[in-house]
Design a protein around this ligand. Sequence first.
Ligand SMILES: [Fe+2]
Length: 279
Amino acid sequence: MTIAPFLEDELGDVLDKALQHAGLTEDQLAAATGIEANRIKDAEDYRYDFTCAELQKLAVALGLNEVGVCAMSEGKYPLPELPALPFALHTIALPYGIGRVNAFVLQDFVTQRTILVDTVDRPERLAAAWPAGVAAPAAVLLTHWDRDHAGGLPAVILPQPGLSVLAPASRSGVAVDVLGEGDERCVAGFQIRAFRTPGHIAEHNAYFVTSESASGPGVLFSGDLIFAGSLGGAFYCCQTLHKEARRVVAALPGQTIVAPGHGPLTTIANERRFNPFLG
Ligand SMILES: [Fe+2]
């Protein structure tokens, strides 16, 4: 177990999202907990000095995991040791806004064939960050079409016209294989299962990927559904996002690695235990 060096969300983001999920204002949360509304607003601006007892009150009122909330408030949100995978997983993590955005390259140990999951925001950034010696992908999986996750796509498809793009929705000018809930594909030695996960936006997928031939744990590419220690922003519907996150976490083995669109890798078991929204 290690301490997360850099989470996508801090306590202030979690409180902000939890208020939205609960449909509460800061004043209503203040009335429910006896904590001044101004201190809650300060916390949403990343200035907080809550005691452990106050954090517990906030967690109860917002339906959050107390252990995860307290750990996060101390900058000690735990991250697990990651299990060994039967394939290579390369992470491309680049600065984006005030945080970072992730893309991933899966590589079969035997055939060296690869799949790209999301593309970061710009073609030149994806091309510059491509892992050395790793082959161009046989397919691209997109969690959603937001620019920070799909903007680099031309760097991949322009040199390979006809390359298949697996995504939750079509786009004109791109050959897209649209995957819905439970759809499965076998590509480049990988088995891919789609979870339809609206919430961040209406058309969003998470993908559970395992090796087609070797046993061992798989990876959930969670996009902007689940982060280590938090959930994605809900621009479509926060209740739907929360429900989908709980459903996906309940459906997969605990040793599954979670590879989110932002922030560090984690596991399903870790997020079941500590994620403020899922524990
Ligand atoms: Fe994003």
